[in-house]
Design a protein around this ligand. Structure first.
Ligand code: ADP
Ligand code: ASP
Ligand code: MG
Length: 419
């Protein structure tokens, strides 16, 4: 019997009525003859509320106790879902991250999954039960709860699907699939029937929230088929993430923005070998990822080095750089949080000149100043002022999707919807 993993995000399980609706989807899949393992997120904005609650007591909550708090959100939805299924006459059991065998790194708040001991999940599946597992969590080698980073339930689902050898992993959410841009920002966005792993990975990394980057990474390694689809419009088959797309590649598949960025610069750095290695080595040793690096000549034999980091890492980056500043004899460390990164992604831009120029032209027409640029084979990112991010995405979208009519996009917001 084939195993199907289904994941339901926060909006999908946001209230009692929606939990009933999701239970019906799960039950239908079970009725079709599949063994069903489900990953659920915390209800609605529960995780945000837990974060704010901790923030009222502690300036920057982090670590073990923060994780111990955050995992509770998913536990509520898992047990409610299992109860609902049982009341409908199905055998169902809820398991938390530890019970479901998710072993993670020791790191708190953004741990990676190391392995999943699927024994218990498999036992319940073989017993004819529907297994509801809490997303976003696991335990580390000390036996403490860890979380996988915001949006991490997608990764829990894909990793579980890989470990169980599932036939597919359906990511049910509040949009009908992956669009050319966030449909909340660009109402004319176009739904993509297929997107490649590599493009989806880049898009997720540059801010398209619809899938967690590690979920896409895991799917690619474990060869898991992911489909992103709507909880509320189940007739729509959504978007499949695939290895390659045969024909009709367009230059750009998606446009995204990330407002969770900061620009950091270390100025007056002596122009000597080993200095960049020292600076970026120190950041790497604290697990801080760096993007968009620019080195520019300040004056004779003195450089400025600027780069971007995630806002969440800013404090750690500044502390690290203050130490490095003395070691490398630099002048100062400065930063700017009023920035956003806007990116275009597409396999079709390989060997197609002029794509970057078109993007810059769109920004220039909208009088949006570019502070930094970074490119890869399939991605171009520009750092701009934060308040211009949405306008930038809209203007760039007009250039690359000008001939396509956006479909009418059914979006499920926080208000109740009729279904
Ligand atoms: P869930 O709670 O189900 O995990 P998320 O809020 O994490 O849902 O992700 C879904 C949201 O992602 C959508 O409501 C949409 O606003 C946003 N989004 C951003 N970029 C895209 C995109 N390219 N395609 C579809 N949705 C996107
Ligand atoms: N509940 C967690 C969050 O809001 C994990 C998830 O929903 O994927 O980030
Ligand atoms: Mg999500």
């Amino acid at each position: 019997m084939s195993i199907v993993v289904q994941k339901f995000g926060g909006t999908s399980v946001g209230d009692v009525e929606r939990i009933r609706r999701v239970a019906r989807i799960i039950a239908d899949t079970h009725d079709q003859g599949h063994q069903v393992a489900v990953i659920v997120s915390a209800m609605g904005h529960t995780t945000d509320e837990l974060v704010s609650l901790a923030g009222e007591l502690v300036e920057t909550p982090a670590g073990r106790e923060f994780d111990a708090l955050l995992i509770t959100g998913e536990m509520v939805s898992a047990s409610l879902m299992a109860m609902t299924l049982s009341s409908m006459g199905y055998k169902a059991v809820s398991l938390n991250g530890q019970q479901a065998g998710f072993l993670t790194e020791d790191l708190h708040n953004r741990a990676r999954i190391l392995e999943i001991d699927t024994g218990r999940v498999q036992y319940h599946l073989n017993n004819g039960e529907i297994v509801i597992v809490t997303g976003f969590q696991g335990i580390n080698s000390k036996g403490d709860f860890t979380t996988l980073g915001r949006g991490g339930s997608d990764t829990s689902a894909v990793a579980l699907a890989g470990a169980l050898g599932a036939e597919r992993c359906d990511i049910f959410t509040d949009v009908n699939g992956v669009y050319s841009s966030d449909p909340r920002v660009v109402p004319q966005a176009v739904k993509l029937d297929e997107i490649t792993y590599i493009e989806m990975l880049e898009l997720a990394r540059v801010g398209a929230q619809v899938l967690h980057p590690r979920a896409v990474e895991t799917a690619r390694h474990a060869n898991v088929q992911i489909r992103v689809r709507s909880t509320f419009y189940t007739d729509d088959m959504g978007t499949v993430v695939v290895g390659s797309i045969e024909s009709g590649t367009r230059p750009v598949s998606g446009i995204a923005s990330d407002e969770n960025q900061a620009r950091v610069a270390i100025t007056g750095v002596p122009d000597q070998p080993g200095v960049a290695a020292k600076i970026f080595g120190s950041l790497a040793s604290r697990n801080i990822s760096v993007d968009m690096i620019i080195q520019s000549l300040n004056k004779q034999e003195i450089n400025d080095i600027a780069f971007t980091v995630s806002l969440n890492d800013l404090q750690d980056a500044l502390e690290t750089l203050e130490k490095v500043k003395t070691e490398v004899n630099a002048e100062s460390v400065v930063y700017d949080t009023d920035v956003a990164k806007v990116s275009i992604v597409g396999i079709g831009m390989i060997d197609r000149p002029g794509i970057a120029a078109d993007m810059f032209e769109a920004l220039s027409k909208a009088k949006i100043n570019i502070k930094m640029i970074a490119t890869s084979e399939i991605k171009i990112s520009c750092l701009i002022q934060k308040e211009q991010a949405k306008q930038a995405v809209q203007e760039i979208h007009k250039v690359f999707f000008k001939d396509e009519d956006g479909q009418s996009i059914p979006l499920v917001a926080d208000q109740k919807v009729g279904y």
